[in-house]
Design a protein around this ligand. Structure first.
Ligand code: ADP
Ligand code: MG
Length: 267
């Protein structure tokens, strides 16, 4: 089971779009995907048509229950939602996630909770209970460096860094790369981080120069493609579906398909 964590300390750079679009590409290749929404704003949960305030269980409950491992399997089973998309399930978010920093006791191991949840999902017992095996977990994060982001990064086998192709975007990216460097000892030793240029508009000079700067600055970590601005993303989100289910021939669909292929090469 591989874990792709989508993070950036900046908002509006295409994180949620990247999470749902990658899940769409993976499921089109017949992989089973679990999306985990770790943003208290629950954008991804709402995107997929769920009202997070009306759900009885969410990722929050798993965080709180992580101190009682025997309950975890049962709670995962109850909290995970089937979506309308074949091959994609969702562990939804709830506003209460914003209170975790205070709700969880100060202890070592606070950063290992998502890792524990992933281990639990991989156990035979849970797979039997869910009658299900996931090939990929894709985690969407809020743009805040706190317990949620730390957990999502510690559990990751790949960190995906959507970065808007504009100069302010590069500033945010540097901050994020410093964070990854500082956390290095807690992260997976074979972790791969991939910078993904997003919202690229080839008619806009600022995009072109920011993209050129990215290619010059971030050599091997940078994905050589880019995600273009595409109005089809709006149509996809209005329908609560990944872009490849709404507009399979859109340039945005092709771009995420290519990105998914590139990330798959890393394992
Ligand atoms: P984040 O999760 O980083 O805050 P989102 O994925 O929610 O960012 O994207 C912010 C807004 O930009 C959303 O309205 C989304 O539909 C739109 N968007 C994201 N990527 C693209 C794109 N490549 N082309 C056009 N619109 C996009
Ligand atoms: Mg988001």
């Amino acid at each position: 089971m591989k874990v792709w964590t989508v993070v950036n300390q900046k908002g509006g750079v295409g994180k949620t779009t990247t999470a749902i679009s990658l899940a769409g590409s993976l499921s089109a290749m017949a992989y089973k995907v679990l999306l985990i929404d770790l943003d208290p704003h629950a954008s991804l949960t709402h995107y997929l048509g769920f009202d997070s305030e009306k759900l009885t269980l969410s990722a929050y409950d798993l965080f709180v229950a992580s101190q009682h491992p025997h309950m975890l399997t049962k709670l995962i089973h109850e909290a995970v939602q089937k979506t309308s998309i074949d091959g994609i399930d969702l562990l939804p978010a709830h506003m209460a996630l914003a209170t975790l920093d205070r709700a969880l006791p100060e202890q070592s191991g606070r950063g290992l909770i998502v890792k524990k949840i992933v281990a639990c999902l991989q156990s035979k017992d849970t797979e039997q209970k869910l009658n299900h095996h996931y090939d990929y977990i894709v985690i969407d994060c809020q743009p805040v460096l706190g317990i949620l982001m730390v957990n999502a990064m510690v559990a990751a086998t790949t960190i995906v860094l959507p970065t808007q192709t504009e100069h302010l975007g590069l500033h945010g990216l540097n901050k994020m790369l410093r964070t990854i460097e500082q956390m290095k000892s807690s992260l997976s030793p074979d972790l791969v981080s991939v910078i993904v240029p997003t919202l690229f508009d080839r008619r806009v000079n600022a995009c072109i120069s920011a993209y050129a700067k990215m290619r010059e600055t971030y050599k091997e970590q940078l994905w050589r493609g880019y995600i273009p601005v595409d109005t089809k993303f709006r149509d996809a989100s209005a329908q609560g579906l990944p872009i490849n289910r709404v507009a399979p021939n859109a340039k945005g669909s092709f771009a995420y398909e290519k990105l998914a292929g590139e990330l798959l090469k890393h394992g």
